[in-house]
Structure formats: structure tokens, C-alpha cells
Design a binder for this molecule. Structure first.
Ligand code: ADP
Ligand code: MG
Length: 365
């Protein structure tokens, strides 16, 4: 269980590292100095609603706060124990989180088996996805890379129930989505999927707050818990100051983080992202990728992201490389850091490109 004294000492250490007095931290959190002093000596714990702002201020993750120490990135998942799940469950105010932990949840959130998609037009046909199979385990961040026209968007649309495969099966949390009748797909998407696309993410006539709240209204979430849920999540995603603005009034990066908030708030089985950083400058892109990685780490989200950007891909746990509608290779990020993974991805792309030249030379000697 939680060690209050250790956590208190950790808060104190992080506060001092920031160069703040107890009163300065108290002021930022709009609470009394006394409360801070009590936490730091382990005599009391912060109120649930203050955990996230406290983490943000001290630059630590929720896991780290509860562990009372800084945790190496690879160990984060291990440390996300029952305590953390309980707190998040309470904090988000609904119990959907627990269902993911139950025995009935299959280990793979997504199972794609021998999926093909043939587009047929009057004078030609394109095999956009060619006999693709892969699985995505719960809680992982998987990237799909490939040149333009390699079939990435088509594959994502098949998984998103926006399009139907010509062959094969796609299971999301055990359900074969190919069997879902057309009239039920919209409802399935709202309940089971989160989307972060390059554009058209938010409804322009609603405020940011309303966009997020709209997603929540389809879940069985009590009216009273909607506002606190959105507020806490917004703080974590650094969008609390813009909740009352309209999408066109905020930056691209802020819009994408709002899309992340809207996606995660319903606790979807999987979040699908198609080139989410495509329209962002590199600073905003990094911020968004950090946000997506954080959603996996701290909220147990499962993410499938299409990208052609190696920097974006280096944030993933696993990369699938597509070419001509097929998955030609896969790469796992084992214990290595982003930089090493980045280099590995580059090498793999080079290898795949090289392979194509070989093939071309054989075909046209
Ligand atoms: P990517 O997202 O990797 O750029 P796409 O999935 O958009 O690739 O496209 C893969 C191939 O399928 C391309 O050759 C493209 O022209 C073709 N394609 C995509 N959508 C359609 C469609 N609706 N009708 C016909 N062909 C399509
Ligand atoms: Mg595309």
C-alpha cells in the first residue's frame, strides 16, 4: 500500500528542486500552507482532486507520486499497481476502468487476421491491403509506417469500421467487427473507439468543453461527474485554460490535445490516430506524442497510430512497416531509449527500401 511518509518526503524533495517554499506551492494549488506541511511530513494525503495538479506542478507522473520516487520509464507499467487503478477510478468518477482489469478481457485488444481490401473501380482495381495479420496487446502504443499509398489509411479505416474488408476478420476486444451491421457501426465507434486524426477532429460549433462532454454523454456517466472528470483530465493534458473556447480559437497542438481528451475520456478499447502530428510544428508534435505515450502509461490506453514521421514513430512500443498493402516488417522497442529506437527505425526503412530496389532490378534487368 501507499507509504505516506515516503510520498511526503518525495513531494518535499520535488518542491525544493523547483525552488519553491511550502507557501509558494500552497498558493499555486490554492490551499493552505498547513496542508502542504501535513502532506510533506506524512500526516495527511492530498485530496484526490489535487493529485493531478500536484503532479503537473512537481513534474512527476501519478505513478511516481504514489511510489514516492522517480521511476525509470521501463518500470512504469510494473509500478502501476492496484492503488493507482483505484485512485484513477475514483478520480474519473465512473467504474468502466475496472472492466479492463477483469479476467474476461482478452489480452489482445485488436486481432487482425488475413485482412485484405480490394478497391474496384470501372477500369482498374487496387489491392490496398493485402493479407495483413497482426495483434495489439492491451496497453501498447503501436505505430504503422509506410510510404504514401502503402495502404495505411485503408487499414486504419477497416479497423475503425469506416470501411469493410474484402477478406479476413478484425476483432476488437473479442468482437468481430466485420459482422457489425452498417446501421450499428456509428454506435460501435462511439462506445469502443477513440479517434485522433489529422483534421476534422472537433465539432467547430461546440466549445472544447462541449466537444469532450458530448463524447461522455453516450457513456453511462452521471451528470454531476462530467464536469470534474473533464476538469481533472484537462489539467493533465494542459488544456484547462481553453475549455470555453471554440476549436478555431486555439492552436493546432491544443486542438489535438483536446481530441486526445475526448478520445480517452470514454475509456475506449483502442485509440486510432492517423497522422495526428501531420499538421503540427515539431514542438507541438512532441507535446502531442508525449500526451499519447502518457495515455498508455497512466491510463492503460491502447493506441494504434499511423505515421510517416520517424520522430513520431520513435515514441511507439512497436512499429509495423507497410508497403504495397502488406506488412513487410515489424520492430519492437525493447528496453532501449527513443534515440536508439529512432536509429533502428531508420535502418529498417532503409532495408525495406533496399529490398524494393532489388526486386525492381530483378523485374527489369
Ligand atoms: P496511405 O494512407 O498509406 O497513403 P491509402 O490507404 O490511402 O494509403 O491508399 C492505398 C492505396 O489504395 C492507394 O493506391 C490508393 O490510391 C488506393 N485507394 C485508397 N482509397 C481508395 C478508394 N476509396 N478507392 C479506390 N482506391 C483507393
Ligand atoms: Mg493516409
Amino acid at each position: 500500500m501507499m507509504n505516506q511518509i515516503k510520498i511526503g518526503a518525495f513531494i518535499s524533495e520535488r518542491r525544493k528542486a523547483k525552488g519553491w517554499t511550502q507557501s509558494q506551492l500552497a498558493e499555486k494549488l490554492e490551499i493552505t500552507d498547513k496542508a502542504i506541511s501535513k502532506w510533506e511530513t506524512g500526516r495527511s494525503m492530498s485530496d484526490l482532486s489535487l493529485f493531478m495538479p500536484l503532479c503537473t506542478l512537481l513534474d512527476v507522473t501519478l505513478n511516481e507520486l504514489f511510489a514516492g520516487e522517480c521511476i525509470a520509464e521501463e518500470k512504469l507499467k510494473e509500478k502501476a499497481d492496484k492503488v493507482l487503478m483505484d485512485v484513477i477510478t475514483n478520480w474519473l468518477g465512473h467504474d468502466k476502468w475496472e472492466s479492463k482489469e477483469s479476467d474476461t478481457t482478452p489480452e489482445n485488444v485488436l486481432e487482425v487476421e488475413n485482412v485484405s481490401k480490394l478497391y474496384e473501380t470501372e477500369n482498374n482495381s487496387v489491392l490496398a491491403v493485402n493479407d495483413v495479420s497482426f495483434q495489439i496487446p492491451h496497453g501498447s502504443f503501436v505505430g504503422i509506417m509506410g510510404a504514401s499509398g502503402s495502404g495505411k489509411t485503408t487499414l486504419l479505416n477497416l479497423i475503425a469500421t469506416i470501411d469493410k474488408p474484402t477478406n479476413g476478420s478484425i476483432r476488437i476486444s473479442g468482437q468481430n467487427i466485420v459482422d457489425i451491421p452498417d446501421e450499428a457501426t456509428a454506435e460501435f465507434r462511439r462506445r469502443h473507439l477513440g479517434f485522433v486524426f489529422q483534421e476534422y477532429n472537433l465539432l467547430e460549433t461546440l466549445t472544447i468543453y462541449e466537444n469532450i462532454a458530448l463524447a461522455l454523454t453516450i457513456k453511462e456517466v452521471s451528470k454531476e461527474s462530467i464536469r470534474p472528470t473533464i476538469q481533472s483530465l484537462s489539467e493533465k493534458l494542459d488544456i484547462s485554460a481553453i475549455l470555453d473556447k471554440f476549436p478555431y480559437e486555439v492552436s493546432g497542438g491544443q486542438r489535438q490535445r483536446c481530441a486526445c481528451a475526448r478520445a480517452i475520456v470514454v475509456n475506449p478499447d483502442i485509440i486510432l490516430a492517423d497522422e495526428p502530428t501531420g499538421a503540427l510544428d515539431s514542438h507541438a508534435a512532441r507535446q502531442l506524442l508525449d500526451t499519447l505515450a502518457m495515455l498508455c502509461r497512466e491510463y492503460g490506453a491502447t493506441i494504434l497510430m499511423v505515421t510517416h514521421d520517424v520522430m513520431a514513430a520513435s515514441y511507439c512500443d512497436r512499429i509495423l512497416f507497410m508497403k504495397d498493402g502488406e506488412i513487410k516488417a515489424a520492430l519492437n522497442r525493447e528496453q532501449e531509449n527513443k534515440q536508439t529506437f529512432f536509429a533502428d527505425i531508420l535502418k529498417k526503412i532503409e532495408w525495406i527500401e533496399g529490398e524494393s530496389h532489388d526486386v525492381l532490378e530483378v523485374v527489369n534487368p
